[in-house]
Design a protein around this ligand. Structure first.
Ligand SMILES: [Fe+2]
Length: 182
């Protein structure tokens, strides 16, 4: 039994472990999407780079939650990470799947936050709010905007090439405008 543990429920501890798995699952999906875009017959280096960066961010989220689990005297329990798909229908399809993933992560973070609130665990509530929720809604907005841009440029061709080059140059979709552009 941890000497540090105080006001940290088993439900919260389990949910943090579930969140670790979810971040690792997102990382695996983004790694697979990045590898798909980097194929010689797909050739979209901007999207490949963007998704590799996303994968790295998700790995860091998982690490951060592991450290938090230890901080509170919980036990880090790792689970097998489900294998992501290998094939993606199109750039838009991959980004749509990503948006769904981010919304699912957000839903679970909100669940964790209300679970902590019901247990009077103010420390966990503020940790999730400050360290995860703002970043999460920013990610959702970014993927949503990406879909709008991809709809605008149409399927394959010059539009997609320019979209990808812009992403390669700037590393993000929204340069200079909107909340995610700063
Ligand atoms: Fe994440």
């Amino acid at each position: 039994m941890s000497l540090a543990k105080q006001n940290y429920s088993t439900a919260a501890e389990d949910q943090i472990n579930a969140q670790i798995l979810q971040e690792q699952t997102a990382a695996a999906n983004y790694e697979s999407i990045g590898a798909y875009f980097a194929r010689d017959n797909i050739g979209l280096p901007g999207l490949a780079k963007f998704f590799r960066n996303q994968a790295e961010e998700e790995r860091q989220h998982a690490q951060k939650l592991m450290h938090y689990q230890q901080l509170r005297g919980g036990c880090v329990v790792l689970h097998p990470i489900p294998a992501p798909p290998t094939e993606w229908q199109s750039a838009k399809n991959a980004v749509e799947v990503s948006l769904d993933l981010e919304k699912e992560v957000n839903k679970n973070l909100l669940h964790l936050s209300s679970l902590a609130e019901n247990n009077g665990d103010s420390q966990l509530v503020s940790y999730i709010r400050e360290e995860f929720l703002s970043e999460q809604v920013r990610s959702i907005e970014e993927f949503a905007k990406m879909i709008t841009h991809l709809n605008r440029v149409g399927g394959d061709g010059l539009g997609l090439y320019l979209f990808d080059q812009n992403l390669l140059e700037n590393g993000k979709i929204d340069v200079g405008g909107g909340n995610s552009g700063v």
